[in-house]
Design a protein around this ligand. Structure first.
Ligand code: HEC
Ligand code: HEC
Ligand code: HEC
Ligand code: HEC
Length: 458
């Protein structure tokens, strides 16, 4: 067991390692053929000297209270519980699942560490919900070594840890559950049975989780520290690009009927604008939809849900105009085709798959570029300048704009608080108020509220 402990290691690290190792399942020495990595459960990380401290530990590179944060504040620790609760059980009945939701692979896939039985270690518990190893990868191979002093992150990654430090990989990890894959998904059938619709934005969702990691990360020797404020802007932008890529990949497998059970419905309603079908009707003269016409589609055909693109396209063009314009062409095809009653599968698949590498290139640029106050200001200005287009796109697009302005403004105002800070924050709150009742969302009112922020930004 002790092969990874180098002689002469400093005392505190030794104690730490010893305390954590007692929870480890037996594992062969590194010279033997490695066993397949196993999931060993969050209990293995919970020792007070590892990640289970009640408070952040002073002077430590990491907080060391990650477990406490997860179990007390993070909804992921209760993700299994919602399946066995009233809503989960009701959903299972409506969907006529063969078992209760708490036993159904269809639900466990995202609400627990649902892994192959041979990958489950002794301490594994389905009831732990979405736990450390859902995001950080199976730990049996790296749990021991990663407690040793100066053990590099890269070596853990080589042993099966997910590289969540890389913001692109991090977003991909979140999106496995917050957008879905061909093996696990939330479709309109599930939504109609009571599941919340899925939407995502990396920076806001990380804040809500809440984050159990330091921003900025302490710099590695010889490398500059991450800049705290601009890390949020980078996360927002990169997250947007990865999200669009993920959505295009999802459209491709849906269009090609590659879902694991080959039972795809086409068009799948959850790809469309929810409130095209689900809004309240009033007198014709009061309808903003009728007033704006139905650009790019026949009146009455439900539009594609463009929320993952309506805001991001502005950013894409700002930082990479070549790829941004190319992407725009593909997305116009996707949007026009998906906004027909019976979209052509091949046309959608072709345009969406052509958009994937473009979104990836933009993601890479966004992950690597330098941010500052001027860039952030321009991003906010572009969004407010485009208020009308975003607003009529969809309620969900408006929601992305509100989250974007909120994230960007927090970063923008972090170090030098603008004199009109209270006024701007009040105006951002108004955006969120406009979204409180999505079925009675009004595009014209939202556009006014978003545009109102423009002159406040300088
Ligand atoms: C693709 C991943 C995925 C699958 C599959 C999935 N869920 Fe979810 N579920 C989520 C996510 C993500 C959320 C949180 C959504 C949010 O708040 O943005 C959630 C939220 C919920 C909630 C609301 C929880 C709350 O705190 O209000 C319930 C209930 C639920 N899911 C039940 C189910 C059931 C039952 C199934 C199986 C029929 C299922 N889920 C399958 C990802 C999934
Ligand atoms: C929903 C996903 C998720 C869950 C669940 C989760 N983490 Fe994390 N964790 C992250 C992300 C994302 C980061 C930040 C990215 C990074 O810097 O690696 C992070 C960062 C960390 C860090 C800091 C790493 C560093 O080098 O700064 C530690 C330590 C950590 N997590 C431990 C845990 C433990 C222990 C648990 C379970 C009790 C847990 N995490 C559960 C996603 C998750
Ligand atoms: C294995 C699937 C899975 C992964 C990976 C995952 N989540 Fe979740 N997430 C869920 C489920 C399921 C819920 C719903 C839990 C509940 O409501 O009890 C949820 C809920 C949340 C919530 C609470 C939403 C709300 O409405 O309050 C936030 C925030 C969140 N996730 C952020 C993230 C972030 C950020 C990442 C990536 C670092 C991530 N998640 C990765 C499955 C996942
Ligand atoms: C093309 C039209 C269409 C689109 C787009 C659509 N739905 Fe539906 N939805 C329906 C129909 C039809 C029903 C069944 C209503 C009934 O039987 O009363 C339904 C049912 C529902 C229900 C259950 C009914 C209720 O009153 O509680 C919910 C919730 C729901 N949809 C949410 C959504 C969400 C969220 C989206 C977007 C992700 C969406 N729908 C997209 C047509 C649509």
């Amino acid at each position: 067991m002790g092969t990874q402990l180098k002689p002469g290691i400093a005392q505190p690290a030794l104690i730490l390692a010893a305390l954590c190792l007692c929870l480890l399942p037996a594992r062969s020495a590194s010279t033997d053929t490695p066993e397949p990595s196993k999931y060993i459960g969050p209990g293995s990380c919970a020792a007070t000297s590892c990640h289970g401290s009640v408070k952040p530990v002073a002077g430590s590179r990491i907080y060391q209270n990650e477990y406490s944060t997860w179990i007390l504040e993070d909804k992921h620790s209760r993700a299994y519980g919602v399946l066995t609760g009233e809503v989960g059980e009701r959903m299972a009945r409506i969907l006529k699942l063969e078992s209760k939701a708490g036993d159904a692979p269809k639900c466990l896939a995202c609400h627990a560490l649902y892994s192959a039985p041979e990958q489950r270690g002794r301490q594994f518990e389905m009831g732990d919900g979405v736990s450390c190893e859902n995001c950080h990868g199976p730990a049996s191979a790296w749990l021991g070594p990663h407690t040793t002093r100066d053990w590099p992150h890269e070596k853990s990654v080589a042993l099966g840890m997910h590289d969540t430090r890389n913001v692109i990989h991090r977003t991909e990890k979140c999106l496995e559950c917050h957008l879905g894959t061909k093996n696990k998904f939330v479709d309109h059938e599930m939504i109609a049975a009571g599941h919340p619709d899925l939407f995502f934005e990396l920076d806001s969702f990380s804040a809500v989780m809440p984050r159990h990691w330091k921003v900025p990360r302490e710099s590695a020797p010889g490398k500059p520290a991450e800049d705290a404020a601009w890390a949020g802007v980078r996360d927002w932008g990169t997250g947007q690009a990865v999200q669009l890529r993920g959505e295009m990949e999802r459209l491709v497998w849906r269009a090609r009927n590659e879902r694991f059970d080959k039972k795809d419905v086409w068009p799948e309603y959850s790809e469309l604008s929810c409130f095209a079908c689900h809004h309240s009707l009033g007198p014709a003269k009061d309808s903003w939809r009728q007033a704006h016409g139905y650009e790019g589609r026949r009146p009455g055909d439900p539009a594609w849900n463009s929320s993952r693109y309506a805001v991001f396209r502005l950013l894409a063009k700002q930082i990479d105009s070549g790829n941004g314009q190319e992407l725009d062409k593909r997305m116009l095809t996707v949007s026009n085709e998906m906004s027909k009653l019976n979209p052509d599968r091949a046309a959608v698949a072709n345009a969406a798959s052509a958009a994937v590498p473009l979104a990836q290139q933009i993601a890479e640029r966004l992950a690597a570029m330098q941010y500052d106050q001027a860039v952030t200001l321009r991003m906010m200005q572009r969004i407010t300048d485009d208020a009308e287009n975003i607003a009529i796109a969809d309620e969900r697009a408006a929601e992305q704009a509100a989250m974007a302005i909120d994230s960007l403004y927090i970063a923008y105002a972090r170090d030098t608080k603008p004199a009109n800070d209270a006024e701007v924050r009040g105006a951002i709150n108004v955006l969120f108020q406009q979204l409180e009742n999505p079925s009675s969302y009004n595009a014209d009112q939202f556009a006014v509220a978003l545009r109102r922020i423009r002159p406040m930004l300088h």
